[in-house]
Structures are given as C-alpha cells and as structure tokens.
Design a protein. Structure first.
Ligand code: AMP
Length: 452
C-alpha cells in the first residue's frame, strides 16, 4: 500500500517524497483512510511507529481543499513542549506544499505575548500542551469554537502528568460536533474512561499491542569516559564484526569528527546532518542500505525519515538531552518484528540524561563495563605508548574472550561495588560484553559507581 493509494493529495505526496518516505507505516496505512472518512479513532501506538504522520497527513489532506480561516480548525493536545515542537515541525514539513495554513505551537514556560499575537493574527492548526492553552482559553485569547478535529496525542502520558482536569476544561470550550482522534501507547481503565467521554463510535486501531518497538530492542548502557567513546565504538564495531551500525551524535560537528575518526581506523563511514545537501544525504543513506558503508553517523534531525528494515545496531555516541529522542533513536532498530540492539555510551556528566530516559521508559537500562574501557581507566601517555606496541591493547583483549588478553590484576568486567566478575565466567560474544555484576539487569547506579 503506497501513500497515493491511501488517497492523499499530490501536495502531500510530494512532501513525503522529499522526506524520503517510501511506504506508509502500519499505523499510517490503517489510520489515514479512517480519518479521511471522518471516523473518530482510538489508536494504540507508541513513539517511533510513525503516529504523528498518521494523524497529521489526513488532517492536512482534509484542510487542503479549503482556505485558511480566522479561527483554529485543528487542535492537537500533547503532554510536553518537546512533543509540541515535534508535532508542529511535522505539520510544517508535511504541509510545506500547502501554502497558507498557519500552525501555532503553544506551551508553558515561555512568554505568552508571542502566543497571544499568533492567535490574534489567526491560526489554522494549534499544537499545544494543556496548561498553557487553558490559560489562553480562559483569557479569551484562544477561541476554540471553530475546532473541527481534536487530537489527543500520548494520552496516557498526559494523564500521568496530571493534565486530566485541564483537558476536560478545554474539551468544554470545543464545539460538540467534531472529529476526535486519540493516540495512546497504553490503555488502562482511566484512559478508556476518558476515551468514552469524548470519542464517538470510535474505530480502534492497534498496530502492535505487545511487541512494541522498544520491547524488541535490546538496550544497554556502557559507562565510558568521554575521551574514549570513539575508541570504544571502533572496538565494538570491529570486535563484533558489525556490518550495519547507525550512530547518533548530538551535533553536526560531532558527527563529522566521529565519521572521520572511524574512517581513519579503516571502518567505512558516512555522516548525515543538516549541513549536508539532500543529494549527499540520499547517497550516504543508499550506500549504507546497500552495505557499502558500514557505519552511518547521524544527528537526530537528519535521522528523521531513515527507515531501514532490520537495522541490527544503533549506538548513541552521546545520550540525547530530550528523553523522547532516545525512543526515536532506538526505534530505528527492532523494526518489522526483528530484534535489534541499542547501545548507549554514557560518560559521567550524562548520568542525568540517563535518569530522565529511564524515567520515561519506566525501566532501568542494563549497564555493563567493557574491558579496557572502564571509566577512569584512561591509560597515561607512557602506558598508551606501551599498549601501542604490546599485544595487550584493549582491542586485543576483546578478541580473546577467554580472558587471556587482559592486564594482570584488572578485572574484565566490574560490578558497581568494584568486585571483580567471576573469572572466566562463561562465554560472551565479541562486542557483547557481559553485564556488570554478572546479572542480567544490573543497575545503572552500579555502573556509574564504577565511574567514580
Ligand atoms: P513518530 O512515531 O510519529 O514519532 O515517528 C517516528 C519517526 O518515523 C519520525 O522520525 C518520522 O519522521 C519517521 N516516519 C514517519 N513515517 C514514516 C514513513 N512512512 N517512512 C519513513 N519514516 C517515517
């Protein structure tokens, strides 16, 4: 099923083509025709499934045959400012070829005046967090009486964050006759009761109720000093003989530097980011897909739209400072029912990011140290020199999994308490170090303990 078969207007098809999207994701294939047909929707979908486009595209499609009006016709409620910004950006990206429609992204913690001005000038699509929008409604700045389509995105998180009262108040300011779309990753009785109060005869769409993308991804944290991250990546890729690895960096500059350094070590690598031309990006992506480039280094924005089935390895060179980006990043692997591995290299000053990510995931990510790359184990200059000529370099260590190659007295994997892991404690695949403390789910606290 292609996007054109879903009945989208040519302007949207062109925008999708420019984004490099070739096929709709399952949630898009199911939701788009239903929304175009005017149904209310109750959709189970997580971040990473393409849910944003699943509601944005049909909404823009429906606006496309009309002209802008003074009052907003579409309201998208989201739990966080990051998500608001992301949805706003999606609306702008997909709607690029549909000139004239104005989008306002509204959230708290910033000055209200520019938002007031936007409403005064007129907006067609409002993407908002509930608290600030309610303020604007109560101040009679935001008039929602013209809303035809309401989207509640990540409804479960909105309830978790205590937005239910604000949402109910906002619902009261909307016209009774409208189309309602609700997206949620989980469905507890509270969510179902909210759905019952405002959805009308909804059609349920459930793309992957059990095997959600993040569940198919084996996640792991490797604590490591910042200065040794690149060496650790080279080590993991080479020791594990990884053929297709997507690496995320936080900055464009960082992406270039990492790509250069890996290339110098003989690992074929390309980088994609906002400063590269569309042609260069398309070429790099094609080579990566074809397997002629082994490593692709990307920034979050550039990686949007990368859709590679069966991508086995994702590495976070740095953790993203927006926890949702982590979920997006690791969602690149473990697609289409395949399992994948997502490794995050975490240096001591990123522990707070890790905490935020684990809070969002509502689970701890197993953490393990890689022999020779333990934080604080950066060899001094003299030692580096010795290592350079001696066979006991970290890389040599790791190729020799039976423990023969590591330096005397230095445990290969340590638990957070500093206890050595049991000697010769079983086999582990190259590039797949054992877990700190020998347990399957050792704690990140243990791992950062090792960093102290
Ligand atoms: P979402 O679940 O909406 O957060 O989207 C996850 C990511 O998938 C975003 O980076 C989108 O840009 C990307 N994406 C959405 N739809 C498609 C598609 N049909 N093909 C490729 N990438 C997509």
């Amino acid at each position: 099923m292609s996007f054109s078969e879903l009945g989208l207007v040519p302007e949207l098809l062109r925008a999708l083509e420019a984004e490099g999207y070739t096929l709709p994701t399952p949630i898009q294939a199911q939701s788009i025709p239903l929304v175009i047909a005017g149904h209310d929707l109750l959709a189970a979908a997580q971040t990473g499934t393409g849910k944003t486009a699943a509601f944005t595209l049909p909404i823009l499609h429906k606006l496309s045959g009309t002209s802008p009006r003074p009052l907003p016709r579409v309201l998208v409620l989201v739990p966080t400012r990051e998500l608001a910004a992301q949805v706003g950006e999606s609306v702008r990206t997909y709607g690029k070829q549909l000139p004239g429609f104005r989008t306002a992204v509204i959230f708290g913690g910033v000055g209200m005046n520019p938002q007031i001005d936007q409403f005064r000038r007129g907006v067609d699509i409002v993407v908002a967090t509930p608290g600030r929008l309610l303020d604007l409604v109560q101040q009679r700045v935001a008039n929602l009486s013209g809303v035809e389509t309401l989207v509640l995105d990540e409804a479960d998180r909105m309830l978790d964050m205590g937005f239910i009262h604000d949402i109910r108040r906002i619902l009261k300011s909307l016209p009774a006759k409208r189309q309602n779309l609700m997206f949620s990753a989980t469905f507890n009785p509270e969510i179902r009761s909210l759905a019952q109060t405002f959805l009308r005869d909804p059609v349920s769409v459930d793309v992957a109720p059990r095997n959600t993308p993040t569940e198919l991804v084996e996640q792991r944290v490797h604590p490591v000093d910042k200065a040794r991250k690149t060496a650790l990546i080279a080590h993991l890729v080479q020791a594990g003989d990884w053929k297709q690895v997507l690496i995320f960096t936080r900055t464009k500059h960082g992406a270039n530097r990492l790509a250069d350094q890996l290339a110098k070590q003989g690992i074929s690598t390309a980088a994609i980011h906002g400063n590269k031309s569309q042609n260069a990006r398309t070429k790099a992506l094609a080579e990566f897909k074809a397997g002629s480039v082994r490593v692709l280094v990307a920034t979050d924005i550039a990686a949007r739209g990368i859709d590679i089935d069966q991508l086995p390895h994702v590495i976070n060179h740095e953790l993203p400072n927006v926890p949702e980006d982590y979920v997006h990043r690791i969602g690149r692997t473990g697609r289409a029912g395949m399992s994948g591995e997502a490794i995050s290299l975490v240096c001591p000053d990123e522990r707070e990011y890790l905490r935020d990510i684990q809070k969002l995931l509502k689970r701890e990510i197993p953490s393990s140290l890689v022999a020779g790359f333990e934080p604080g184990s950066l060899p001094d200059a003299a030692e580096r020199e010795r290592n350079a000529s001696a066979p006991q370099s970290p890389r040599a260590n790791h190729h020799n999994n039976n423990g023969g190659g590591h330096r005397q007295g230095q445990p290969r994997h340590r638990s957070g308490s500093g206890k050595p892991a049991s000697p010769g404690g079983g086999r582990h695949a190259p590039g797949k170090p054992r877990h700190a403390g020998g347990g399957q789910r050792s704690s990140s606290r243990g791992a950062s303990g090792g960093a102290r």
